[in-house]
Design a protein around this ligand. Structure first.
Ligand code: S3P
Length: 180
């Protein structure tokens, strides 16, 4: 069944490339780009790591749900989400209601290499981040699959190539005629 809302929603693990690919898609289609993490930071007035440290992960997940709810009236948006957004069933419903839900994946090696470039992600501040990545990936896989309408492996693609592939598939999903 085709989604009715012309938004492209990007889900996937930390480091899969949601934000980078999402910005490229938005630029190419003339859509607006929004990142739910950025929305949460803007609303909270502090970094995600601070929210986790001061208020805990559950509170952050509440804020994530609120961010998705606030986006519901939008059209012609590319929406990148945090890697854990799929964990709540309510969020999975909200994602689907928003538009075409694309899962961006990458191999564990690629993810680990990308997430190692910055230390901003609270869930990876563990004694063995490599093991944490592996465990979280395995635990979350069913939730990603349940939420996704289409999946692209971004392990070896350039972000530009991944963006083009998502656009091509979104055109089919929305049965667009015009556009880029
Ligand atoms: C999280 C991923 C992060 C951010 C928060 C929690 C997760 O977003 O929402 O640190 O649970 O996987 P990115 O996927 O954009 O890194």
């Amino acid at each position: 069944m085709s989604p009715t809302r012309q938004n492209i929603v990007l889900i996937g693990f930390m480091g899969s490339g949601k934000s980078s690919v999402g910005r490229l898609i938005a630029g190419r289609l003339g859509f607006q780009f929004v990142d739910t993490d950025a929305l949460i930071v803007q609303r909270a007035g502090c970094e995600i790591a601070d929210i986790f440290a001061r208020e805990g992960e559950d509170r952050f997940r509440e804020m994530e749900t609120a961010a998705l709810e606030s986006l519901q009236p939008r059209e012609r948006f590319v929406i990148a989400t945090g890697g854990g957004v799929v964990l709540r069933e309510r969020n999975r419903e909200l994602l689907r209601a928003l538009g075409f839900v694309v899962l961006i994946t990458a191999s564990e090696d690629v993810i680990f290499e990308r997430v190692s470039r910055n230390a901003k992600r609270p869930l990876l501040q563990t004694a063995n981040p490599r093991e944490t990545v592996a465990a979280l990936l395995a635990a979350r896989q069913p939730a990603y699959e349940a939420a996704a309408q289409w999946t692209i492996d971004n392990s070896t693609l350039t972000h530009a190539a991944a963006a083009e592939a998502v656009i091509a598939e979104a055109r089919r999903a929305f049965a667009w005629q015009g556009g880029a």
